[in-house]
Design a protein around this ligand. Structure first.
Ligand SMILES: NC(=O)C1=CN([C@@H]2O[C@H](COP(=O)(O)OP(=O)(O)OC[C@H]3O[C@@H](n4cnc5c(N)ncnc54)[C@H](O)[C@@H]3O)[C@@H](O)[C@H]2O)C=CC1
Ligand code: BAL
Length: 502
Protein backbone atom coordinates (compact mmCIF):
# COMPACT_ATOMS: atom_id res chain seq x y z
CA UNK A 1 0.00 0.00 0.00
CA UNK A 2 1.19 3.52 -0.82
CA UNK A 3 1.98 6.15 1.85
CA UNK A 4 -0.47 8.69 0.42
CA UNK A 5 -3.81 8.60 -1.35
CA UNK A 6 -5.90 11.21 -3.14
CA UNK A 7 -9.21 11.86 -1.44
CA UNK A 8 -11.99 14.22 -2.41
CA UNK A 9 -14.91 15.78 -0.59
CA UNK A 10 -17.30 16.87 -3.36
CA UNK A 11 -19.69 18.74 -1.05
CA UNK A 12 -16.91 21.29 -0.38
CA UNK A 13 -15.13 20.90 -3.71
CA UNK A 14 -12.02 19.70 -1.88
CA UNK A 15 -9.35 17.28 -3.17
CA UNK A 16 -6.26 16.58 -1.12
CA UNK A 17 -3.41 14.13 -0.47
CA UNK A 18 -4.10 12.03 2.61
CA UNK A 19 -1.05 10.57 4.39
CA UNK A 20 -1.50 6.91 5.36
CA UNK A 21 1.76 6.10 7.14
CA UNK A 22 3.04 6.32 10.69
CA UNK A 23 4.74 9.69 11.30
CA UNK A 24 8.17 9.08 12.86
CA UNK A 25 11.14 11.47 12.74
CA UNK A 26 9.15 13.87 10.53
CA UNK A 27 8.57 11.20 7.85
CA UNK A 28 5.61 9.02 6.92
CA UNK A 29 6.58 5.35 6.94
CA UNK A 30 4.84 2.00 6.53
CA UNK A 31 4.30 -0.17 9.61
CA UNK A 32 6.92 -2.87 10.15
CA UNK A 33 4.40 -5.71 9.69
CA UNK A 34 2.48 -3.85 6.92
CA UNK A 35 -0.81 -4.24 8.81
CA UNK A 36 -3.50 -1.69 7.98
CA UNK A 37 -6.84 -0.48 9.32
CA UNK A 38 -9.80 0.52 7.15
CA UNK A 39 -11.70 3.65 8.09
CA UNK A 40 -15.38 4.15 7.28
CA UNK A 41 -17.49 7.27 6.68
CA UNK A 42 -20.12 6.98 9.44
CA UNK A 43 -22.63 9.13 7.52
CA UNK A 44 -22.77 6.61 4.67
CA UNK A 45 -21.22 3.41 6.06
CA UNK A 46 -18.80 3.29 3.12
CA UNK A 47 -15.02 2.81 3.37
CA UNK A 48 -12.89 5.96 2.94
CA UNK A 49 -9.40 4.43 2.82
CA UNK A 50 -6.97 2.31 4.85
CA UNK A 51 -3.89 3.45 6.77
CA UNK A 52 -0.92 1.69 8.37
CA UNK A 53 -1.29 0.43 11.95
CA UNK A 54 1.72 0.59 14.29
CA UNK A 55 3.05 -2.69 15.69
CA UNK A 56 4.83 -3.12 19.02
CA UNK A 57 8.14 -2.81 17.11
CA UNK A 58 6.98 0.49 15.59
CA UNK A 59 6.19 1.77 19.07
CA UNK A 60 9.78 0.96 20.02
CA UNK A 61 11.08 2.87 16.97
CA UNK A 62 8.92 5.93 17.66
CA UNK A 63 9.79 6.01 21.38
CA UNK A 64 13.50 5.76 20.47
CA UNK A 65 13.07 8.67 18.03
CA UNK A 66 11.32 10.73 20.71
CA UNK A 67 14.05 9.88 23.25
CA UNK A 68 16.83 10.85 20.86
CA UNK A 69 15.09 14.12 19.99
CA UNK A 70 14.52 14.89 23.66
CA UNK A 71 18.08 14.22 24.80
CA UNK A 72 19.89 15.84 21.87
CA UNK A 73 17.71 18.76 20.78
CA UNK A 74 14.43 19.45 22.51
CA UNK A 75 15.71 19.51 26.11
CA UNK A 76 18.24 22.12 24.94
CA UNK A 77 15.67 24.23 23.09
CA UNK A 78 14.65 27.37 24.98
CA UNK A 79 11.08 27.85 26.12
CA UNK A 80 10.97 30.98 23.98
CA UNK A 81 11.92 29.03 20.87
CA UNK A 82 9.44 26.26 21.68
CA UNK A 83 6.79 28.96 21.87
CA UNK A 84 7.88 30.37 18.50
CA UNK A 85 7.53 26.95 16.86
CA UNK A 86 4.07 26.45 18.38
CA UNK A 87 3.18 29.89 17.07
CA UNK A 88 4.27 28.79 13.56
CA UNK A 89 2.05 25.74 13.99
CA UNK A 90 -0.84 28.03 14.91
CA UNK A 91 -0.47 29.93 11.62
CA UNK A 92 -0.48 26.67 9.65
CA UNK A 93 -3.62 25.54 11.48
CA UNK A 94 -5.38 28.74 10.42
CA UNK A 95 -4.21 28.27 6.79
CA UNK A 96 -5.48 24.67 6.78
CA UNK A 97 -8.57 25.19 8.90
CA UNK A 98 -11.23 24.31 6.32
CA UNK A 99 -9.37 21.23 5.09
CA UNK A 100 -8.70 19.93 8.60
CA UNK A 101 -12.35 20.45 9.54
CA UNK A 102 -13.46 18.71 6.35
CA UNK A 103 -11.28 15.65 7.07
CA UNK A 104 -12.73 15.58 10.58
CA UNK A 105 -16.29 15.54 9.19
CA UNK A 106 -15.50 12.93 6.54
CA UNK A 107 -13.96 10.52 9.06
CA UNK A 108 -16.04 11.18 12.20
CA UNK A 109 -19.38 12.35 10.78
CA UNK A 110 -19.49 15.47 12.95
CA UNK A 111 -21.41 18.30 11.24
CA UNK A 112 -18.95 20.49 9.34
CA UNK A 113 -20.53 23.90 9.90
CA UNK A 114 -21.81 23.54 13.45
CA UNK A 115 -19.10 21.30 14.96
CA UNK A 116 -15.93 20.67 12.97
CA UNK A 117 -15.16 24.33 12.19
CA UNK A 118 -15.80 25.10 15.86
CA UNK A 119 -13.32 22.41 16.91
CA UNK A 120 -10.72 24.04 14.67
CA UNK A 121 -11.41 27.46 16.16
CA UNK A 122 -10.81 26.04 19.62
CA UNK A 123 -7.61 24.34 18.43
CA UNK A 124 -6.32 27.63 16.95
CA UNK A 125 -7.08 29.50 20.16
CA UNK A 126 -5.43 26.81 22.27
CA UNK A 127 -2.33 26.77 20.06
CA UNK A 128 -1.91 30.55 20.44
CA UNK A 129 -2.42 30.15 24.20
CA UNK A 130 0.39 27.57 24.58
CA UNK A 131 2.65 29.41 22.11
CA UNK A 132 2.51 32.34 24.52
CA UNK A 133 2.50 30.08 27.58
CA UNK A 134 5.74 28.21 26.83
CA UNK A 135 7.92 30.82 28.56
CA UNK A 136 5.29 32.03 31.04
CA UNK A 137 3.50 29.12 32.68
CA UNK A 138 4.83 26.20 34.68
CA UNK A 139 7.42 28.23 36.50
CA UNK A 140 9.10 27.16 39.71
CA UNK A 141 9.18 28.98 43.05
CA UNK A 142 11.88 30.60 45.15
CA UNK A 143 11.58 29.43 48.79
CA UNK A 144 13.51 31.51 51.37
CA UNK A 145 14.19 28.71 53.91
CA UNK A 146 16.33 30.65 56.41
CA UNK A 147 19.25 33.06 56.56
CA UNK A 148 21.73 30.47 55.38
CA UNK A 149 19.70 28.66 52.87
CA UNK A 150 17.17 29.11 50.15
CA UNK A 151 15.64 26.68 47.75
CA UNK A 152 14.05 26.93 44.37
CA UNK A 153 11.93 24.62 42.33
CA UNK A 154 12.13 23.89 38.64
CA UNK A 155 9.21 22.56 36.61
CA UNK A 156 11.11 20.01 34.56
CA UNK A 157 9.57 18.26 31.56
CA UNK A 158 9.06 14.51 31.93
CA UNK A 159 10.94 13.72 28.71
CA UNK A 160 9.11 11.28 26.41
CA UNK A 161 5.34 11.47 26.73
CA UNK A 162 2.83 9.04 25.21
CA UNK A 163 -0.70 10.21 24.50
CA UNK A 164 -3.76 8.15 23.55
CA UNK A 165 -6.80 10.01 22.25
CA UNK A 166 -10.39 9.07 21.39
CA UNK A 167 -12.63 9.58 18.38
CA UNK A 168 -15.22 12.09 19.60
CA UNK A 169 -12.96 15.16 19.12
CA UNK A 170 -10.04 13.63 17.22
CA UNK A 171 -7.92 16.73 16.58
CA UNK A 172 -9.16 18.73 19.54
CA UNK A 173 -8.35 15.98 22.07
CA UNK A 174 -4.94 15.57 20.43
CA UNK A 175 -4.34 19.32 20.64
CA UNK A 176 -5.48 19.51 24.28
CA UNK A 177 -2.61 17.12 24.99
CA UNK A 178 0.11 17.91 22.44
CA UNK A 179 0.47 21.69 22.49
CA UNK A 180 0.79 21.90 26.30
CA UNK A 181 3.22 18.96 26.46
CA UNK A 182 5.43 20.52 23.76
CA UNK A 183 5.31 23.96 25.37
CA UNK A 184 6.47 22.34 28.63
CA UNK A 185 9.44 20.78 26.82
CA UNK A 186 8.48 17.14 26.21
CA UNK A 187 8.70 15.04 23.08
CA UNK A 188 5.63 13.07 22.05
CA UNK A 189 4.39 9.77 20.68
CA UNK A 190 0.63 10.06 20.15
CA UNK A 191 -1.94 7.45 19.11
CA UNK A 192 -5.23 8.56 17.51
CA UNK A 193 -8.34 6.35 17.76
CA UNK A 194 -8.53 3.67 15.08
CA UNK A 195 -11.76 5.05 13.58
CA UNK A 196 -10.61 8.71 13.33
CA UNK A 197 -6.91 8.73 12.46
CA UNK A 198 -7.03 10.69 9.19
CA UNK A 199 -7.06 14.23 10.59
CA UNK A 200 -4.13 13.68 12.95
CA UNK A 201 -2.15 11.95 10.20
CA UNK A 202 -2.66 15.02 8.00
CA UNK A 203 -1.94 17.36 10.93
CA UNK A 204 1.41 15.64 11.67
CA UNK A 205 3.13 17.19 8.62
CA UNK A 206 2.30 20.69 9.92
CA UNK A 207 4.76 20.13 12.78
CA UNK A 208 7.53 19.51 10.28
CA UNK A 209 6.49 22.57 8.25
CA UNK A 210 6.41 24.66 11.44
CA UNK A 211 10.06 23.78 12.09
CA UNK A 212 9.81 21.13 14.83
CA UNK A 213 12.97 18.97 14.74
CA UNK A 214 12.61 15.29 13.73
CA UNK A 215 11.42 13.01 16.54
CA UNK A 216 9.78 15.72 18.65
CA UNK A 217 6.30 14.74 17.45
CA UNK A 218 5.52 11.17 16.37
CA UNK A 219 2.06 9.97 15.39
CA UNK A 220 1.27 6.26 15.59
CA UNK A 221 -2.16 5.16 14.39
CA UNK A 222 -3.04 1.64 15.45
CA UNK A 223 -5.20 -0.66 17.50
CA UNK A 224 -5.74 0.09 21.18
CA UNK A 225 -4.81 -3.40 22.26
CA UNK A 226 -1.55 -3.30 20.25
CA UNK A 227 -0.25 0.25 19.81
CA UNK A 228 -2.04 1.70 22.85
CA UNK A 229 -1.04 -0.97 25.32
CA UNK A 230 2.57 -1.04 23.99
CA UNK A 231 2.80 2.69 24.68
CA UNK A 232 1.30 2.29 28.16
CA UNK A 233 3.75 -0.47 29.06
CA UNK A 234 6.88 0.88 27.34
CA UNK A 235 9.72 1.29 29.82
CA UNK A 236 11.22 4.35 28.12
CA UNK A 237 8.01 6.39 28.19
CA UNK A 238 8.07 8.81 31.14
CA UNK A 239 4.42 9.82 31.19
CA UNK A 240 1.19 8.68 29.58
CA UNK A 241 -1.95 10.76 29.08
CA UNK A 242 -5.16 9.05 28.02
CA UNK A 243 -8.69 10.12 27.09
CA UNK A 244 -11.37 7.48 26.56
CA UNK A 245 -13.47 4.98 28.46
CA UNK A 246 -12.96 4.40 32.17
CA UNK A 247 -12.41 0.67 31.54
CA UNK A 248 -9.47 1.33 29.20
CA UNK A 249 -8.20 4.11 31.48
CA UNK A 250 -7.90 1.53 34.25
CA UNK A 251 -5.95 -0.79 31.94
CA UNK A 252 -3.60 2.03 30.92
CA UNK A 253 -2.96 2.89 34.57
CA UNK A 254 -2.29 -0.75 35.47
CA UNK A 255 0.20 -1.09 32.58
CA UNK A 256 1.88 2.17 33.59
CA UNK A 257 2.18 0.95 37.19
CA UNK A 258 3.58 -2.47 36.39
CA UNK A 259 6.05 -1.35 33.69
CA UNK A 260 8.07 1.62 34.96
CA UNK A 261 5.66 3.55 37.20
CA UNK A 262 5.31 6.21 34.52
CA UNK A 263 3.18 9.23 35.46
CA UNK A 264 -0.45 9.04 34.36
CA UNK A 265 -3.18 11.51 33.43
CA UNK A 266 -6.62 10.04 32.70
CA UNK A 267 -9.66 11.75 31.26
CA UNK A 268 -12.39 9.13 31.27
CA UNK A 269 -16.14 8.78 31.22
CA UNK A 270 -18.94 10.85 32.67
CA UNK A 271 -22.65 10.86 33.46
CA UNK A 272 -22.97 14.54 34.17
CA UNK A 273 -26.11 16.04 35.70
CA UNK A 274 -27.91 19.13 34.39
CA UNK A 275 -29.99 20.38 37.32
CA UNK A 276 -32.86 22.79 36.63
CA UNK A 277 -34.47 24.53 39.60
CA UNK A 278 -37.97 26.03 39.46
CA UNK A 279 -36.59 29.57 39.58
CA UNK A 280 -34.41 29.05 36.49
CA UNK A 281 -34.87 30.94 33.25
CA UNK A 282 -36.56 27.99 31.54
CA UNK A 283 -35.84 28.97 27.93
CA UNK A 284 -32.15 29.32 28.68
CA UNK A 285 -32.08 26.05 30.62
CA UNK A 286 -33.77 24.25 27.71
CA UNK A 287 -31.34 25.70 25.16
CA UNK A 288 -28.19 24.86 27.16
CA UNK A 289 -29.23 21.39 28.31
CA UNK A 290 -30.34 20.38 24.80
CA UNK A 291 -26.97 21.46 23.43
CA UNK A 292 -25.31 19.79 26.41
CA UNK A 293 -26.65 16.37 25.38
CA UNK A 294 -27.27 16.52 21.62
CA UNK A 295 -24.19 18.46 20.43
CA UNK A 296 -21.73 16.05 18.76
CA UNK A 297 -24.55 13.47 18.87
CA UNK A 298 -24.08 13.12 22.62
CA UNK A 299 -20.53 11.84 22.16
CA UNK A 300 -19.17 14.12 24.84
CA UNK A 301 -17.57 12.98 28.04
CA UNK A 302 -19.13 16.05 29.70
CA UNK A 303 -22.61 15.64 28.13
CA UNK A 304 -25.34 16.57 30.63
CA UNK A 305 -26.89 13.18 30.03
CA UNK A 306 -28.91 13.17 33.30
CA UNK A 307 -31.44 16.02 33.42
CA UNK A 308 -32.84 16.63 36.91
CA UNK A 309 -35.77 19.03 36.97
CA UNK A 310 -37.70 20.41 39.97
CA UNK A 311 -41.14 18.80 40.07
CA UNK A 312 -43.18 22.03 39.83
CA UNK A 313 -41.73 22.81 36.37
CA UNK A 314 -41.04 19.25 35.16
CA UNK A 315 -43.94 19.04 32.67
CA UNK A 316 -43.34 22.54 31.32
CA UNK A 317 -39.62 21.84 30.93
CA UNK A 318 -40.28 18.57 29.08
CA UNK A 319 -42.75 20.23 26.69
CA UNK A 320 -40.36 23.10 25.90
CA UNK A 321 -37.35 20.78 25.67
CA UNK A 322 -39.15 18.49 23.19
CA UNK A 323 -40.28 21.40 21.00
CA UNK A 324 -36.83 22.99 21.02
CA UNK A 325 -35.03 19.72 20.16
CA UNK A 326 -37.45 18.99 17.30
CA UNK A 327 -36.70 22.44 15.84
CA UNK A 328 -32.96 22.77 16.48
CA UNK A 329 -31.36 19.31 16.70
CA UNK A 330 -31.86 17.57 13.37
CA UNK A 331 -30.03 15.54 10.75
CA UNK A 332 -30.85 18.28 8.22
CA UNK A 333 -31.09 18.06 4.45
CA UNK A 334 -30.25 14.57 3.15
CA UNK A 335 -28.70 13.71 6.55
CA UNK A 336 -25.45 15.10 5.20
CA UNK A 337 -23.00 16.38 7.85
CA UNK A 338 -21.52 18.68 5.18
CA UNK A 339 -24.88 20.47 4.81
CA UNK A 340 -25.46 23.68 6.79
CA UNK A 341 -28.77 22.37 8.13
CA UNK A 342 -27.23 19.34 9.87
CA UNK A 343 -26.82 19.76 13.64
CA UNK A 344 -26.88 16.06 14.60
CA UNK A 345 -24.46 13.81 12.74
CA UNK A 346 -24.20 10.03 12.88
CA UNK A 347 -22.52 8.31 15.80
CA UNK A 348 -18.99 7.21 15.10
CA UNK A 349 -19.30 3.55 14.13
CA UNK A 350 -21.52 0.51 13.75
CA UNK A 351 -20.26 -0.67 17.15
CA UNK A 352 -21.32 2.59 18.82
CA UNK A 353 -24.61 2.57 16.90
CA UNK A 354 -25.40 -0.92 18.19
CA UNK A 355 -24.29 0.01 21.70
CA UNK A 356 -26.49 3.13 21.89
CA UNK A 357 -29.43 1.30 20.29
CA UNK A 358 -28.90 -1.44 22.86
CA UNK A 359 -29.40 1.07 25.68
CA UNK A 360 -32.55 2.43 24.02
CA UNK A 361 -34.00 -1.06 23.59
CA UNK A 362 -33.06 -1.97 27.15
CA UNK A 363 -34.82 1.15 28.50
CA UNK A 364 -37.97 0.39 26.49
CA UNK A 365 -38.29 -3.36 26.83
CA UNK A 366 -36.44 -4.38 30.00
CA UNK A 367 -37.13 -1.37 32.18
CA UNK A 368 -40.42 -0.29 30.49
CA UNK A 369 -39.44 3.37 30.67
CA UNK A 370 -41.33 6.12 28.82
CA UNK A 371 -39.41 7.48 25.88
CA UNK A 372 -39.69 10.30 23.33
CA UNK A 373 -37.84 10.16 20.01
CA UNK A 374 -37.67 13.76 18.83
CA UNK A 375 -37.41 13.16 15.10
CA UNK A 376 -37.38 10.27 12.65
CA UNK A 377 -34.51 8.02 11.67
CA UNK A 378 -33.23 8.69 8.13
CA UNK A 379 -33.62 5.98 5.49
CA UNK A 380 -29.94 5.48 4.72
CA UNK A 381 -27.00 3.31 5.77
CA UNK A 382 -25.38 5.89 8.07
CA UNK A 383 -25.20 5.50 11.84
CA UNK A 384 -27.82 8.13 12.68
CA UNK A 385 -29.73 8.01 15.97
CA UNK A 386 -32.65 10.35 16.58
CA UNK A 387 -32.35 12.62 19.65
CA UNK A 388 -34.09 10.70 22.41
CA UNK A 389 -35.19 11.39 25.98
CA UNK A 390 -36.32 8.86 28.58
CA UNK A 391 -38.57 10.34 31.28
CA UNK A 392 -38.96 9.64 34.99
CA UNK A 393 -35.91 7.42 35.01
CA UNK A 394 -35.10 6.05 38.49
CA UNK A 395 -31.59 6.45 39.89
CA UNK A 396 -31.03 2.69 39.95
CA UNK A 397 -31.75 2.36 36.20
CA UNK A 398 -28.87 1.28 33.96
CA UNK A 399 -29.72 4.30 31.80
CA UNK A 400 -29.29 6.65 34.76
CA UNK A 401 -25.97 5.11 35.83
CA UNK A 402 -24.06 4.16 32.67
CA UNK A 403 -22.43 6.39 30.08
CA UNK A 404 -24.43 5.90 26.87
CA UNK A 405 -22.32 8.29 24.75
CA UNK A 406 -25.04 8.95 22.22
CA UNK A 407 -27.96 11.38 21.74
CA UNK A 408 -29.92 9.93 24.66
CA UNK A 409 -30.90 11.93 27.76
CA UNK A 410 -32.57 10.65 30.91
CA UNK A 411 -34.94 12.94 32.80
CA UNK A 412 -35.95 12.73 36.46
CA UNK A 413 -37.77 15.07 38.84
CA UNK A 414 -36.75 16.20 42.31
CA UNK A 415 -38.53 17.93 45.19
CA UNK A 416 -35.93 20.20 46.79
CA UNK A 417 -32.26 21.12 46.89
CA UNK A 418 -31.24 18.17 49.08
CA UNK A 419 -32.85 15.65 46.77
CA UNK A 420 -31.33 17.37 43.73
CA UNK A 421 -27.79 17.22 45.07
CA UNK A 422 -28.24 13.60 46.25
CA UNK A 423 -29.43 12.56 42.78
CA UNK A 424 -26.75 14.60 41.03
CA UNK A 425 -24.02 12.93 43.09
CA UNK A 426 -25.54 9.46 42.69
CA UNK A 427 -22.98 8.23 40.16
CA UNK A 428 -19.51 6.71 40.10
CA UNK A 429 -18.46 9.52 37.73
CA UNK A 430 -17.60 13.13 38.54
CA UNK A 431 -16.55 14.89 35.37
CA UNK A 432 -18.92 17.83 35.02
CA UNK A 433 -22.25 19.32 36.11
CA UNK A 434 -24.57 22.17 35.18
CA UNK A 435 -27.02 24.05 37.39
CA UNK A 436 -29.78 26.44 36.34
CA UNK A 437 -31.20 28.89 38.90
CA UNK A 438 -31.55 32.64 39.30
CA UNK A 439 -30.64 32.30 43.01
CA UNK A 440 -26.93 33.04 43.37
CA UNK A 441 -26.81 31.45 46.82
CA UNK A 442 -28.34 28.18 45.57
CA UNK A 443 -25.97 28.13 42.58
CA UNK A 444 -23.01 28.49 44.90
CA UNK A 445 -24.30 25.84 47.31
CA UNK A 446 -24.47 23.54 44.30
CA UNK A 447 -20.94 24.44 43.21
CA UNK A 448 -19.79 23.61 46.76
CA UNK A 449 -21.71 20.33 47.13
CA UNK A 450 -21.40 18.68 43.73
CA UNK A 451 -18.58 16.17 43.32
CA UNK A 452 -17.43 17.08 39.84
CA UNK A 453 -14.39 18.66 38.21
CA UNK A 454 -16.44 21.27 36.33
CA UNK A 455 -19.54 23.20 37.39
CA UNK A 456 -21.38 25.33 34.86
CA UNK A 457 -23.77 27.88 36.37
CA UNK A 458 -26.52 28.79 33.89
CA UNK A 459 -24.72 27.24 30.94
CA UNK A 460 -23.45 23.84 29.91
CA UNK A 461 -20.47 22.43 28.04
CA UNK A 462 -19.04 25.83 27.14
CA UNK A 463 -15.43 24.88 27.77
CA UNK A 464 -12.73 27.54 27.83
CA UNK A 465 -9.18 26.73 26.86
CA UNK A 466 -7.81 28.83 29.77
CA UNK A 467 -9.83 26.92 32.40
CA UNK A 468 -8.66 23.57 33.84
CA UNK A 469 -10.63 20.48 32.82
CA UNK A 470 -10.74 17.02 34.41
CA UNK A 471 -12.69 14.67 36.61
CA UNK A 472 -13.44 13.63 40.17
CA UNK A 473 -14.08 9.97 41.11
CA UNK A 474 -13.95 7.50 38.19
CA UNK A 475 -13.88 10.27 35.60
CA UNK A 476 -10.16 10.59 35.80
CA UNK A 477 -6.94 11.85 37.28
CA UNK A 478 -5.24 15.17 36.56
CA UNK A 479 -6.24 18.27 34.63
CA UNK A 480 -5.82 19.53 31.08
CA UNK A 481 -6.22 22.98 29.49
CA UNK A 482 -5.12 26.30 30.96
CA UNK A 483 -1.90 26.40 32.94
CA UNK A 484 -2.74 22.86 34.10
CA UNK A 485 -2.26 21.75 30.50
CA UNK A 486 1.45 22.49 30.92
CA UNK A 487 1.71 21.54 34.60
CA UNK A 488 0.44 18.08 33.69
CA UNK A 489 3.61 17.64 31.64
CA UNK A 490 6.14 18.80 34.21
CA UNK A 491 7.54 17.40 37.43
CA UNK A 492 8.90 19.51 40.26
CA UNK A 493 12.61 19.44 40.99
CA UNK A 494 13.68 21.01 44.30
CA UNK A 495 17.11 22.65 44.43
CA UNK A 496 18.54 23.37 47.92
CA UNK A 497 21.14 26.17 48.02
CA UNK A 498 23.36 26.42 51.11
CA UNK A 499 24.94 29.88 51.44
CA UNK A 500 26.35 29.48 54.97
CA UNK A 501 30.15 29.62 55.44
CA UNK A 502 31.99 27.57 58.05
N1 LIG B 1 -14.15 10.32 27.76
C1 LIG B 1 -14.24 10.36 26.46
O1 LIG B 1 -14.00 11.37 25.84
C2 LIG B 1 -14.56 9.10 25.71
C3 LIG B 1 -15.29 8.09 26.29
N2 LIG B 1 -15.55 6.96 25.58
C4 LIG B 1 -16.40 5.95 26.22
O2 LIG B 1 -15.94 4.65 25.84
C5 LIG B 1 -16.98 3.91 25.22
C6 LIG B 1 -16.42 2.95 24.22
O3 LIG B 1 -15.70 3.63 23.22
P1 LIG B 1 -14.29 3.05 22.73
O4 LIG B 1 -13.97 3.53 21.38
O5 LIG B 1 -14.30 1.57 22.95
O6 LIG B 1 -13.29 3.78 23.75
P2 LIG B 1 -11.83 3.36 24.15
O7 LIG B 1 -11.59 3.80 25.54
O8 LIG B 1 -11.61 1.92 23.79
O9 LIG B 1 -10.90 4.22 23.13
C7 LIG B 1 -10.18 5.36 23.45
C8 LIG B 1 -8.74 5.22 22.99
O10 LIG B 1 -8.12 4.18 23.73
C9 LIG B 1 -7.46 3.26 22.87
N3 LIG B 1 -7.43 1.94 23.49
C10 LIG B 1 -8.37 0.97 23.43
N4 LIG B 1 -7.96 -0.12 24.11
C11 LIG B 1 -6.74 0.16 24.62
C12 LIG B 1 -5.80 -0.54 25.44
N5 LIG B 1 -6.05 -1.79 25.84
N6 LIG B 1 -4.66 0.08 25.79
C13 LIG B 1 -4.40 1.35 25.39
N7 LIG B 1 -5.24 2.06 24.60
C14 LIG B 1 -6.40 1.49 24.22
C15 LIG B 1 -8.30 3.34 21.60
O11 LIG B 1 -7.56 2.85 20.50
C16 LIG B 1 -8.57 4.83 21.52
O12 LIG B 1 -7.46 5.49 20.97
C17 LIG B 1 -17.88 5.00 24.65
O13 LIG B 1 -19.16 4.54 24.44
C18 LIG B 1 -17.82 6.03 25.73
O14 LIG B 1 -18.68 5.69 26.77
C19 LIG B 1 -15.08 6.80 24.31
C20 LIG B 1 -14.35 7.75 23.69
C21 LIG B 1 -14.09 9.03 24.33
N1 BAL C 1 -15.83 18.27 25.09
C1 BAL C 1 -14.51 17.82 24.89
C2 BAL C 1 -14.10 16.82 25.94
C3 BAL C 1 -14.65 15.46 25.68
O1 BAL C 1 -15.81 15.29 25.39
O2 BAL C 1 -13.89 14.50 25.75
Amino acid sequence: MSLFTDLSIPQLNISYKQPLGLFINNKYVASSDKKTIETVNPATNTPITSFYAASEADVGTAVAAAREAYETVWSKTSAEHRGALISNLGKLIVENKELLAAIETLDSGKPYYTNALGDLDQISQLTTYYAGGADKYSKGQMIPVNNDKYAYTVKAPYGVVAQIVPWNYPLAMASWKMQGALAAGNTIVIKPAENTSLSLLFFAQLFEKAGFPPGVVNVLPGLGAVTGSSLASHIDVDKIAFTGSTAVGQKVMALAATSNLKAVTLECGGKSPGVVFADANLDEAVKWTAAGIYYNSGQNCTANSRLLVQESIYDEFLAKFTRHVQEEWTFGFNSDPFDKSCTVGPVISKAQYDRVRGYIEHGKTQEKLSVKHMGTDPQNDGFFITPTVFTEVPAESKLFQEEIFGPVAVLQKFKDYDEAIALANNTTYGLASAVFTEDIRKANFFARDIKAGTVWINSSNDEEISVPFGGFKMSGIGRELGESGMDAYTQTKAVHVNISKL
